[in-house]
Design a protein around this ligand. Structure first.
Ligand SMILES: N[C@@H](CCC(=O)N[C@@H](CS)C(=O)NCC(=O)O)C(=O)O
Length: 210
């Protein structure tokens, strides 16, 4: 498989972790979001929204949207399962993942920040306040729900961890005070101790030095 990725993209980061955990052979093709490569015609032929990630299957078929990719990988490579067998528990894990994917990540995305700054002329401090606000709203709701034993749902890594870790990376990058979220912090440490998570970290990507 081929994953079109950007080292700091949290949506791509989720898929990198899944590919590593499931042991799926793949290569990473960086797409530079800062130079606007994602908005060029060439990239838009594979991802009409101009967003990363895009996943190219071995037969050339394409998938957009990280959540769709993760569902596909879970269905095709079930041996390392990322959802609990119990349907209710699986739905809880999906709810935590959706809290991040639907209610935090989209409003803090690069294009939203660019619009705030470039079109609405907000200051850097206001932009950071916006960024922090939406993470805090989400983390406040998530923290009491999580098992942190040591992962989100308990002793096994689930999809929720794949969504949470990239979001924590973003929070730390923007200097969010994490002291109110001790469980989230301990999950961050437990996950990063796993080779599959470590290899997916932004600083360990081929394009991290660009
Ligand atoms: N819902 C999409 C979100 C993808 C997305 O927002 N990707 C960001 C990076 S994390 C991006 O490509 N941003 C480019 C931009 O904002 O210009 C997914 O889960 O794949």
């Amino acid at each position: 498989m081929e994953l079109f990725t950007y080292f700091r993209s949290s949506a791509a980061y989720r898929v990198r972790i899944a590919l590593n955990l499931k042991g799926i052979k793949h290569r990473l093709t960086p797409v530079n979001l800062l130079s606007g490569e994602n908005l060029g015609d060439a990239y838009k032929t594979i991802n009409p929204q101009g967003l990363v990630p895009t996943l190219k299957l071995d037969d050339g078929r394409l998938l957009t949207q990280s959540t769709a990719m993760l569902e596909y990988l879970e269905a095709e490579y079930p041996a390392i399962a990322l959802l609990p067998a119990n349907h209710y528990e699986a739905a809880r894990v999906r709810a935590w993942a959706n809290l991040i994917a639907c209610d935090i990540h989209p409003v803090d995305n690069l294009r939203v920040l660019k619009y705030l700054k470039g079109t609405l002329n907000v200051s850097d401090d206001e932009k950071t306040a916006w960024y922090h606000h939406w993470i805090q709203e989400g983390f406040r709701a998530l923290e009491p729900e999580l098992a942190a034993a040591p992962y989100c749902h308990g002793s096994e890594v689930t999809l929720a961890d794949l969504y949470l870790i990239p979001q924590v990376y973003n929070a730390l990058r923007f200097n969010l005070d994490m002291s109110a979220y001790p469980k989230i912090q301990s999950i961050w440490e437990a996950c990063n101790a796993l080779p599959a998570f470590d290899a997916a970290r932004p600083e360990n990507q081929p394009d991290s030095t660009i």
